[in-house]
Design a protein around this ligand. Structure first.
Ligand SMILES: Nc1ncnc2c1ncn2[C@@H]1O[C@H](COP(=O)(O)OP(=O)(O)OP(=O)(O)O)[C@@H](O)[C@H]1O
Length: 340
């Protein structure tokens, strides 16, 4: 195992991703708007934002699992693997948004892009042991690791290989799901709320594992509501942060830097709401994605918006522009708290 050993560089580049759901009656839900995200080998990208802002839709778009009423634009290029062109001999990368279902099934899902979901244990077949299912996943995906090696990699006790899924605790089931996701030795790992429902020590163990998997050379996307968990791993790990609001990324950058100096007022509000920080919730609610305002969707909740007083000393005036702009290794929309 470990086709990814110590790899670095870009693994997956999402550019201008738009996802819209057309509903009966003509209503349109904008679940992703002009999303730019880069996953790098050797790093974990934590994607945070309030419920319903479009985080899961991103992973569904990347794995070709969006429902039939979705309209998708943009690109999501899976770069050639760390060992060169690899699957299909492609040197130019594979756009996951236009790849055929057969290509995604036969060369991408599980093999190059692994998926870990919430309650990972629930997708395991109830009538077969975890070990049997792990061995089958390795065979099917053409992996080389043994079930025991995968268990060790995912922090799953070897004794759990003889258990049936219903015999696993929540944390052990989550690690079983992680072991299955690693069966094809994917270079990209998408983890959507993998710590939901776990207690704090298990949250810490799971997030530490994901950081370790990134350190080995994988590109890891962690979607979570748990900003506190991200703050903890950001202190020492190779962790980037992307903050999503109302279908748009509003700020990205190295997580430790963003936590120390958030530029976007929404990022500042999320961090300020943490226990140990100001512990103040952001007033108001996110807008309906089927009724987004023009300009900046955060404007109605923003303390720096034009309706409020003129920009306080040391802050730039609100631009009402939701476009993400790069500043060095970071990018931010508007940024009243950002670089002058
Ligand atoms: N098939 C669908 N048809 C219509 N709207 C959808 C569909 N799937 C998702 N949505 C909408 O897209 C938006 C984004 O959903 P998504 O699940 O990505 O949010 P999220 O940020 O992951 O939320 P949470 O943190 O609660 O999981 C939501 O408003 C959701 O209602």
């Amino acid at each position: 195992m470990n086709a990814v050993n110590g790899a670095s560089g870009t693994a997956l580049v999402v550019t201008g991703l738009d996802v819209r759901f057309r509903l009966r009656g003509g209503r349109v839900v904008r679940a992703a708007t002009d999303v730019d995200v880069t996953l790098r080998r050797g790093r974990l990208l934590a994607l945070v934002g309030e419920s319903g802002c479009g985080k899961s839709v991103l992973t569904e778009a990347l794995t070709g699992l969006l429902p039939g009423n979705a309209e998708v634009r943009g690109s999501a290029v899976l770069e050639p693997g760390p060992d060169g062109p690899g699957d299909g001999g492609r040197a130019e990368g594979l756009d996951l948004l236009t790849a055929s279902e057969a290509e995604l099934r036969d060369t991408v899902r599980g093999r190059r892009v692994g998926l870990v979901g919430q309650s990972a244990g629930t997708f395991l077949t109830p009538t077969r042991t975890v070990g049997a299912q792990l061995r089958e996943a390795v065979r099917f995906l053409g992996g080389t690791a043994t079930a025991e090696e995968l268990a060790a990699r995912a922090g799953l006790p070897t004794s759990a290989l003889d258990d049936y899924p219903h015999e696993l605790s929540g944390g052990t089931a989550q690690r079983a799901g992680l072991a299955v996701a690693l069966a094809g030795d994917p270079e990209v790992l998408l983890a959507d709320e993998p710590t939901a429902g776990l207690d704090r020590p298990l949250v810490d163990r799971t997030t530490d594992l994901l950081v370790d998997l990134a350190r080995e050379g994988r590109a890891v996307l962690l979607i979570t509501h748990d900003l506190r968990a991200v703050q903890r791993i950001a202190a020492t790990g190779p962790v980037d942060l992307a903050v999503m609001y109302a279908s748009r990324i509003v700020e990205t950058g190295p997580a430790a830097e963003v936590f120390a100096h958030p530029w976007h007022p929404y990022t500042d509000g999320l961090i300020g709401a943490l226990p140990g920080e100001r512990f103040e919730p952001i007033p108001g609610h996110p807008p309906e994605l089927s009724d987004l305002p023009s300009g900046c969707p955060f404007r109605p909740r923003c303390p720096h918006a034009p309706v409020a007083a003129p920009a306080p000393a040391g802050h730039r005036p609100c631009t009402d522009d939701p476009t993400l702009v790069s500043h060095g290794g970071r990018a931010v929309a508007c940024a009243p708290g950002g670089p002058a």
